[in-house]
Design a protein. Structure first.
Length: 122
């Protein structure tokens, strides 16, 4: 499951006034969101907003005419430009594999380690 601890989902239609919205933010010590800006989005038909609580940045929203989430174009560009994680493979040696077997048992060997051993003793 993805960790969404930094993302707030706020259903704007649940607030009767901007004061209610300001109170919610204050009660939860959320200082990065400009209440007037977000609350004003109700007039644009926004129903639910998704906000990065550390920056106050609006990531996306739903509109009253649809249940689909519209993502911010800048957020999409940031996702597209994210660097992919790279993995490095440790160099295998007979000694390192024997050490792993000693510490964790032969069942702990992965396919690559088994193939390496097979290649050494074939």
């Amino acid at each position: 499951m993805t960790n969404f601890n930094n993302i707030l989902a706020i259903h704007l239609k649940r607030f009767k006034s901007i004061e209610d919205f300001k109170n919610l933010l204050e009660d939860n010590n959320i200082t990065t969101i400009v209440p007037e800006k977000i609350f004003g989005m109700i007039e644009l038909g926004w129903k639910k907003v998704f906000i990065d609580k550390t920056s106050g940045y609006v990531i996306g929203y739903t509109h009253e005419s649809s249940k689909e989430i519209t993502l911010d174009v800048t957020f999409i560009e940031e996702l597209n430009n994210m660097k992919s994680i790279t993995f490095s493979q440790k160099e295998l040696t007979v000694d390192s594999i024997l050490e792993k077997i000693k510490d964790h048992g032969i069942a702990s060997l992965n396919t690559r380690e088994k193939a390496y051993l097979d290649a050494q003793y074939s």
